[in-house]
Design a protein around this ligand. Structure first.
Ligand code: SF4
Length: 927
């Protein structure tokens, strides 16, 4: 023990000797935390086994805080009970602080009472740990410190009135009763591995000494090692290197104790878990394999709320309460933890895919039920999910009948359980061990909510849910697993731990020593005067220097690492490790472990099979997807195959309100309606402004009504009114623009017909065809976004739809086509863009010779252009019909064709082109 506080020191070997005498020796060992207590108990067991023993009494090793609670309970179940206050749970403390802060003057201006309450709890614990409360008033205070002093006074008053206390005051509650026979004090108490004793801990140990307990200090054995310092390119590389190192050491000796210390573990926890899991067992993510426990354990655990089982419970509570993000409702529908999840799994997945097309970004239970009823009804596109529908109905009924009015927390606790029953939580499949433990922990969280009765009054259901969510967020939980050889730890938990091999990462000059972080609610001068370690740079440096020295002696092999770069910042090693000899990563002689991808490739027995051709389709059999078949075939044959032969589609993400596609749909519907009425430019010009406005208003109403039918949630209330105004304005501006054209009549609007090219028949719907002066026709396509004429030209045209309409209509009796154009309807950017047989047919639509695109020069005449389009479409059709499905994106530079392609998971393009899976550009050449 470094900070022995004047306690006599006991060697570790002697400690084990005394522990070996068993309970009769009356020896208890206390540690700063649970992890060290468990490690020490394990060490002792190994020591006993190494001595050849087969049975022995287990050692009494526990954290100091647990000893205080044990002594408190001794007193509580004795005649002392009437003199003792009740110890509040963490959730009860939090609720009481929230009440105190919420009712204070300073609390009125706070954005988050809950966060302020959590900080105040920390300050309260610190103030008691370091005995600062009596001196709070004698130090000059800023606004925060004054507010805290006021809250602390009220909190203290309420707890005194109600005869409550908290864990921060546990030692003071217990100390006066230590002399009483009811408290089972050990004969000897060993304080093991304390780098620092707070003033409160010192007093408590002194009180135990005064009550007759012999108090000694002990610490880990020091080991001789030749520590090495190594620099890695980045933090991610450090984790990879540490994982490889740990696996190598484990393979060399499966019984070794391996420690990996990660100073910012709370931030990098998920990256550490992923990389360690991939390194230790690359094939773990594959479905169907047996899930063996991984050989490492990451300390502290995750918030209970982050476990999928608990998340599903919260999704049910949120659905019952009001509006919920669609992404959460979607996860609830697909969750394995509700009734019918197994039997309706596939149907629910398909229902979810359909719901995404009609829902908004947020949804209420009633709307969700209506949408499900419609989608799974006789005319719906989704399969039926009767269990889900029934459970959602039960949930709605339960919410209506039970979730109103103010109730006490215990009542809400019962309602939460009943509500979860109504949706069949936790599902129909048998829970595995981890899930079962998580469920048990969640039940404890619900019990924690009910226990708020002691400190909180009646509340609304939403407040009860917020309390439960906080309890689940504050509960760090890790399902129990068999003992594992690799421990991944934060800095504080690493103190006094012993290993055979230890790697400490992240030791840069700005991360280590940890910068001073005085508590904002307590005057800094007071914290410094009391010696609080994190209150000043000097105290923090001193503590971290001691911890560093501890690491150097904690294992036979010690590696200290730091990253050279974080984003665009260059980093250097911490001054606390600069004396440690630097080595190169190669000198650690780490084996290279293949990633799963490489391992699979390496293991392949090569058997090449050309798989770029699907069965041909029967001649002229209709294909799904309309004219986009040709565009997709041109972009990439495999994309066309997946979308139009396999009928696969990407999952949509419901937008908040209208997205670009909805706006396009509305505009198309508006203009279709208007021109169906007007029929010609002459009629447009003859219409009075008032009549035109009335026509536009009626058309906008019809367009909105049509969209509502398919997406009932997209336009609501005032939003619909605003959208109507926008549509009318846009329509009016466009019609003004069209008045610049020479006379024309409408020949066709949104007319559907089947068209065939190269043996592929699809349904085509042309936006509009106008009859121009002289009898020829113009094919028009409305666009609200970008319009690129170049997309019609050359081989494999990007946008062959308009060419397709042009060549389909041209040549029909009396249907000579003389112009093809995008009608770009966009506020402030109205224009026609296209190609015409001759000048002057449509404003700004030039002839082939007038096109700026170099690709246009390859066509000698208008007829040549039409023939070329026909040939290109025939070729694309033949290719598609023949089953040609090679993975061949048209633009391979940076895989531009693939950027927004929704079928990437099918073609695994980034594996073929050697680009990373996160979408960075590839080399452009297949591997
Ligand atoms: S991602 Fe690229 S290669 Fe894959 S199907 Fe889509 S366009 Fe083709």
């Amino acid at each position: 023990m470094s900070a022995g506080a004047g306690l006599p020191i006991l060697q570790k070997s002697e400690l084990f000797g005394r522990l070996a005498r068993g309970h009769a020796a009356g020896l208890t060992v206390v540690t700063p935390n649970q992890r060290l207590a468990a490690a020490l108990a394990r060490d002792f067991d190994s020591h006993q086994a190494a001595c050849g023993l087969t049975a022995w009494e287990s050692a009494d090793v526990l954290p100091l805080s647990a000893l205080v609670e044990r002594l408190y309970e001794d007193a509580l179940y004795s005649e002392l009970a009437t003199q003792l206050p009740v110890l509040l749970s963490g959730a009860q403390e939090q609720a009481l602080w929230e009440e105190v802060i919420g009712g204070s003057e300073a609390g009125r201006d706070l954005l988050s009472i809950a966060s302020a309450a959590a900080l105040a709890r920390e300050a309260w614990q610190l103030a008691h740990g370091w005995k600062l409360m009596p001196r709070l008033k004698s130090y000059p205070a800023n606004d925060d410190a004054r507010a805290f002093a006021d809250w602390a006074r009220r909190y203290e008053g309420i707890t005194r009135r109600d005869r409550h206390a908290d864990r921060a005051r546990g030692p003071e509650v217990v100390a006066p009763h230590l002399a009483h026979a009811a408290t089972r004090k050990p004969k000897t108490l060993i304080a093991y591995g304390f780098d620092i004793l707070t003033a409160q801990q010192r007093e408590f140990l002194a009180a135990l000494g005064a009550a007759g307990t012999e108090v000694l200090a002990c610490g880990p054995d020091e080991r001789a090692s030749a520590p090495r310092r190594v620099a890695l390119a980045s933090g991610k590389d450090e984790i990879h290197a540490a994982a490889r190192w740990a696996r190598a050491r484990l393979e060399a000796n499966p019984r070794s104790r391996i420690g990996v210390v990660v100073p910012d573990l709370s931030k990098s926890r998920s990256a550490v878990r992923r990389i360690f899991a991939q390194t230790m067992e690359p094939g773990r993510a594959l479905p169907g394999g047996e899930k063996r426990p991984l050989p490492f354990n990451i300390s502290l655990g995750d918030p209970l709320a982050s476990y999928p089982l608990v998340a599903a419970a919260f999704h049910a509570l949120e659905l019952a309460r009001g509006e919920i993000e669609f992404s959460r409702a979607s996860r609830f529908i697909r969750s394995p933890f509700i009734a019918g999840a197994e039997s309706e799994m596939a149907n629910r997945a398909r229902l979810d895919a359909e719901l995404r097309k009609v829902s908004r970004a947020a949804i209420r239970l009633e709307r969700l039920r209506r949408a499900i009823a419609k989608l799974t009804g006789p005319e719906g596109r989704a399969p039926q999910c009767p269990i889900l529908s029934r459970r959602l109905a039960d949930l709605a009924k339960f919410a209506t009948e039970n979730l109103t009015a103010l109730k006490r927390p215990a009542e809400w606790g019962r309602h939460v359980s009943a509500l979860l029953d109504s949706v069949g939580f936790p599902g129909e499949r048998k829970l595995d061990s981890s899930e079962y433990q998580t469920l048990k922990k969640f039940h404890e969280a619900i019990a924690g909510l009910a226990a708020l009765d002691r400190v909180a009054g009646r509340m609304r259901f939403a407040d009860a849910c917020a309390h439960l969510a906080r309890i689940a967020a504050d509960t760090l939980f890790q399902p129990e697993a068999p003992e594992v050889p690799i421990q991944v730890l934060g800095v504080l938990e690493s103190a006094a731990m012993e290993f055979d091999h230890l790697w400490v990462m992240g030791l840069t000059d700005d991360a280590w020593p940890i910068p001073a972080r005085p508590n904002p609610f307590i005057p800094v001068a007071l914290q410094r005067a009391a010696g609080v370690p994190e209150s000043s740079a000097a105290a923090s440096l001193e503590l971290d220097r001691r911890i560093t020295q501890g690491w150097l002696k904690a294992a036979g092999e010690v590696v200290l690492s730091y990253p050279l770069r974080e984003e665009d910042r260059e980093l250097v090693s911490s001054p606390l490790i600069r004396d440690v000899p630097e080595t190169r990563l190669e000198d650690l002689a780490l084996p290279g472990y293949d990633s799963l991808r490489v391992a699979i490739r390496r293991a392949r027995g090569e058997e090449r099979e050309a798989d770029s051709r699907a069965p041909a389709i029967p001649k002229n059999a209709p294909s799904s997807g309309g004219t986009s078949v040709f565009g997709d075939q041109a972009a990439c044959p495999f994309r066309a195959f997946v979308l139009h032969r396999l009928d696969a589609e990407g999952l949509e993400v419901p937008p908040p309100g209208l997205d670009a596609r909805d706006r396009g749909t509305l505009l198309h519907a508006l203009l279709a309606k208007v021109w169906t009425e007007l029929k010609s430019k002459a009629r447009l010009e003859a219409l009075s402004a008032r009549d035109l406005d009335a026509l536009l208003a009626a058309a906008a109403d019809a367009a909105i009504g049509r969209l509502r039918w398919s997406r009932p949630d997209a336009l609501e209330g005032r939003f619909a009114k605003l959208e109507k105004e926008r549509l009318v304005q846009l329509g009016r501006a466009w019609l003004e623009f069209e008045k610049r054209r020479p006379a024309f009549e409408i020949a066709e609007i949104e007319k559907k017909r089947a068209v065939s090219f190269g043996g592929v028949t699809v349904n085509a719907k042309l936006d509009r065809m106008d009859r121009l002066q002289g009898g020829a026709h113009a094919i028009l396509d409305y666009k609200t976004g970008k319009a690129n004429v170049g997309g019609w030209l050359g081989a494999r045209p990007d946008e062959p739809q308009l060419p397709l309409y042009a060549v389909t209509r041209d040549g029909n009796a009396g249907d000579e086509v003389a112009a093809v154009a995008f009608a770009r309807v966009r506020a402030g950017e109205m224009e026609f863009k296209g190609i015409a047989r001759e000048a002057g047919l449509i404003p700004d639509v030039g002839t082939l010779a007038e096109q700026r695109s170099a690709a246009a020069k390859q066509y000698g005449s208008w007829d040549d252009l039409l023939s070329s389009w026909r040939r290109e479409l025939e070729a694309l059709g033949r290719e598609f019909a023949s089953g040609e499905a090679r993975v061949d994106p048209k633009d391979k530079r940076n895989l531009a064709t693939c950027r927004y392609c929704e079928v990437k998971p099918f073609c695994r393009i980034y594996e073929r082109y050697g680009a990373p899976v996160d979408g960075d550009a590839g080399s452009g050449e297949p591997e």
